[in-house]
Design a protein around this ligand. Structure first.
Ligand code: DLL
Length: 433
């Protein structure tokens, strides 16, 4: 039986979604234009008259917002309500420059909880589930976002936050956890640890809701195999609310963007031109009904493809593919564009673990490209010749995928640091010079 959290919205005919978006967008644009001087100045500078904005199709006249705008307007320059209406903030984990801070009214928290509740239900979830939230709680949106969605559904929450793997596994077993929410890299580590401790068969997991970082289909299979459950993708970003901007349903053929709250476009990242659905481009989101921090045409830097066809699950909301990585995650090595996800695909297809690190450096005028990956237990202790033969095979598979030669080093099992939140896979030393 198909399950929806808000069926009247999730299966709304497309013309009605468009009508709703028209109404919400026009209201939202004029409210933000009136209330946010920073935004008004930006629209004025682009030469757009507010009266020209009469429907969602006029959105392409409006300028984009980027992370630089958010930094420039930090901390409160994009706030669209009086500060006393704000009940919470969250912030990105940005390591450079000023952090991005997003503000929420109670209405914004409610609509966000609807989004994550829909995501849980889309995995077959219900109030009978026990949901372990192992995303970080605090400024990061992962913990609070899934926590509130589970509550809205009436499911029991185990609010673990990240870290302390032994305790995570113990509660998972003792509380009969059925749904695990964390980053895919942490899920893989929890799976590995459950197997090591011999408790995998004592777990009652049904589904995992994993996101906050790019992960491949190969990684999905690895986690599903380790934890014996179905792994679902969830997407979101602090600037637009947090997890649940889009989520996977049981068809697992793209993530449904919650079109009653967010309008999505894909653009050519170089020219800013809006692309037709089906073309690969940078995702741009407009928040249609958030009150405190409603961004209009926010460039995410995430590259993906949109699919407007109604899904076999009955949901009509447009689907986005897995992001192929952020445009700013893309490495240019020896002149070739390389996404870490391509390397992950090759390594997992080679039967290796998802524990790897990519190290890029420059010697003289040429790039060096090292891939460190843990060798399987059975290879550890084997002859140097056997290990080096295996390394050569991996070099060759990477070369067929990327077109360039990497130096592959098979390192000891368990020697690459495990992540509890977003994994750090790439060390680009060239950025340090
Ligand atoms: O990562 C929100 C989130 C929490 C999403 C928990 C899903 C689950 P930020 O820290 O602001 O917010 O990072 C947002 O993370 O622009 C993407 O580049 C990346 N990202 C988020 N979800 C996915 C995903 C949260 N499912 C940035 N696949 C986004 C790939 C993702 N990348």
């Amino acid at each position: 039986m198909k399950k929806y959290f808000q069926p009247e919205i999730e299966t709304m005919p497309k013309e009605e979604i468009r009508k709703l978006q028209n109404e919400l967008f026009v209201k939202q644009f004029h409210r933000v234009y009136e209330n946010v001087p920073y935004y008004r100045a930006k629209v004025d500078a682009a030469g757009v008259k507010p009266e020209e904005i009469r429907s969602i199709s006029d959105i392409s006249k409006l300028p984009f917002l980027t992370k630089d705008d958010l930094r420039e307007a930090y901390p409160e320059g994009l706030l669209a309500v009086p500060k006393q209406d704000v009940v919470r903030i969250h912030s990105t984990s940005g390591t450079t420059g000023k952090r991005v801070v997003a503000f929420y009214t109670q209405h914004d928290l409610d609509l966000w909880a609807d989004c994550t509740a829909r995501a849980i239900v889309a995995t077959g979830g219900s109030e009978d589930d026990v949901v372990q939230v192992s995303y970080g709680y605090g400024l990061f949106t992962g913990g609070a976002g899934l926590n509130d969605g589970a509550h809205k559904l009436g499911a029991m929450t185990v609010p673990m936050s990240s870290g302390n793997t032994d305790r995570q596994l113990q509660f998972m077993e003792d509380m009969g956890v059925t749904v695990l929410c964390c980053t895919p890299s942490y899920a893989s580590f929890l799976g590995e640890s459950a197997i090591e401790r011999g408790i995998r068969d004592k777990l009652s997991l049904r589904a995992g809701i994993f996101g906050a970082e790019a992960w491949t289909e190969e990684m999905r299979r690895d986690i599903e195999d380790k934890l014996q459950m179905k792994a679902y993708d969830i997407y979101g970003l602090t600037e637009i609310s947090g997890p649940g901007v889009a989520f996977e349903c049981q068809e697992q053929s793209g993530m449904h963007v919650q079109e009653d709250h967010f309008y999505v476009e894909t653009i050519d990242p170089k020219t800013g031109e809006v692309l037709p659905p089906g073309s690969k481009g940078e995702l741009v989101f407009t928040s249609l009904d958030k009150e405190a921090f409603p961004l209009i045409r926010y460039r995410t830097k995430d590259i993906c493809v949109l699919n407007p066809e109604t899904c076999a699950c009955g949901r009509t909301h447009i689907r986005m593919s897995k992001p192929m990585g952020r445009s700013d995650d893309m490495l240019i090595i020896k002149g070739v564009n390389v996404f870490p996800s391509q390397i992950e695909t090759v390594l997992l297809n080679e039967g290796l673990t998802p524990n790897y690190q990519i190290i890029v450096d420059r010697v003289g005028s040429s790039d060096t490209f090292d891939v460190l990956v843990e060798m399987p237990e059975e290879l550890f202790g084997d002859t140097i010749a056997a290990i080096s033969k295996r390394e050569k095979e991996i070099v060759s598979s990477l070369k067929s995928m990327l077109g360039i030669v990497a130096k592959v080093r098979l390192v000891e099992p368990k020697s690459i640091q495990r992540s509890e939140g977003k994994a750090v896979r790439v060390i680009d030393k060239r950025k340090l010079y």
